[in-house]
Design a protein around this ligand. Structure first.
Ligand code: GLY
Length: 377
């Protein structure tokens, strides 16, 4: 990472993927540099911005102005905010709009929004004319530290989330941390769960730093830029080693096998946001690791206490409306994409900063563990 942090200059994190390498620019007001950065990457290209109606009201004009100032003409596609836009019908709308705007292979599609917009736009960019370059401009904390980086793009099937997709790396990510100033507190906390996850899986020192500085991440001081930049640098390094998730990238799913089951059980509703689900999922993964004796109990407790301090849920009892029984949660985990040939793969922890892939996890042990956790409500 090249990181002139605290000087007003943005930090630039490199994703080292050979001829598909790209920069992640992290900084307050970095959106203003969108046009100049696109112009230097793709001189003469035109742009199409894909966004949702909420983000369009807040930030579309700024993105268009930044492009205009660099002499880039742009069209825009605005879809309704929310997960429903990640259906085949929403995908069709975006593809037809991009084709209608005469977007060619040398042009640039810009995803301006949260995770839904990034995933949908990235998949449309991967497929229209067999692939157009795209830029991610994530507007939520969750998208800035996770979904905008790494090239996973997807829409949902009737059978589950993100089941239709492609790996398509962006050519640039611009994470403007000032855009988070207006994000609702609950959304900030949800994104923070993915931010701190990168410390939990690969960087104990980053976690310790967050344990001291997390309040400033929320209040919007310089620690916010530093936290986002350090978090994405950890993800970028993992992605550079294992782009297609054949090995080490799986550790980024820490907390997600339990978490996705809880999200599905809550009907992917406002009852439980993604980051809240994986916060409980990570707390369960730490507790399970400690119960198996692979991680010191005290350290698991230190991690869980951090979530408690931040105001993220850590217990099944904290899910609004309750949780189904252990058998139902096991069924939901079995449907998760992390199941390989019927065996459950869990990401466990030997200690803060040291997550590992545990394939062939014993389903009966996990069911018993979940029953105990449910009984402890
Ligand atoms: N969100 C996990 C990954 O991108 O691999």
């Amino acid at each position: 990472m090249t990181a002139p942090l605290r000087t007003g200059e943005p930090a630039v994190v490199k994703v080292a993927l050979g001829d598909r390498a790209y920069d992640i620019v992290v900084g307050r007001n970095a959106l203003a540099s969108l046009g100049q950065r696109v112009a230097s990457l793709r001189p003469g290209a035109k742009a199409a911005i894909v966004t949702d109606d909420n983000v369009a009201r807040a930030h579309l004009k700024s993105a268009q102005t930044a492009l205009e100032r660099a002499g880039i003409s742009s069209s825009s596609v605005v879809v309704p905010a929310g997960e429903n836009s990640k259906r085949i019908s929403g995908f069709e709308t975006v593809c037809e709009a991009l084709i209608g705007a005469r977007m060619e292979r040398g042009d640039i599609v810009i995803a301006l929004g949260g995770g839904v917009i990034g995933d949908l736009t990235g998949f449309a960019a991967a497929t229209v004319r067999r692939g157009i370059d795209f830029v991610q401009v994530p507007t939520s904390l969750l998208a800035q530290v996770d979904s905008s980086v790494g090239g996973k793009t997807a829409i949902n099937s009737q059978h589950g989330k993100n089941l239709i997709g492609a790996f398509h790396q962006p050519v640039l990510v611009i994470a403007d941390t000032a855009l988070l100033d207006t994000l609702p507190e609950r959304q900030m906390r949800s994104g923070y769960a993915e931010l701190v996850k990168h410390g939990f899986v690969r960087d104990a020192a980053f976690f310790s730093w967050l344990d001291n500085n997390w309040r400033e991440v929320f209040s919007g001081g310089p620690a916010r830029e530093e936290a986002v930049a350090r978090s994405v640098a950890i993800k970028a390094a993992v992605v550079a080693r294992d782009e297609r998730e054949n090995g080490d990238r799986q550790v980024l799913n820490f907390g997600h096998t339990f978490g996705h089951a809880l999200e599905a059980d809550a009907g992917f509703s406002e009852r439980l946001l993604h980051g809240e689900a994986i916060s409980i999922g990570m707390a369960l993964a730490f507790s399970y690791s400690a119960a198996k004796g692979v991680m010191p109990t005290q350290e698991a407790q230190r991690a869980i206490s951090h979530f408690d301090a931040v105001g993220l849920p850590t217990k099944l009892a904290q899910v609004t409306g309750g949780v189904s029984n252990a058998d139902r949660l096991m069924d939901l985990m079995a449907q998760d994409k992390k199941v390989k040939r019927g065996k459950l793969t869990l990401i466990l922890s030997r200690g803060i900063g040291d997550a590992y892939v545990a394939p062939d996890a014993d389903p009966s042990e996990i069911r018993d563990f979940l029953s105990e956790q449910l009984a402890a409500r």
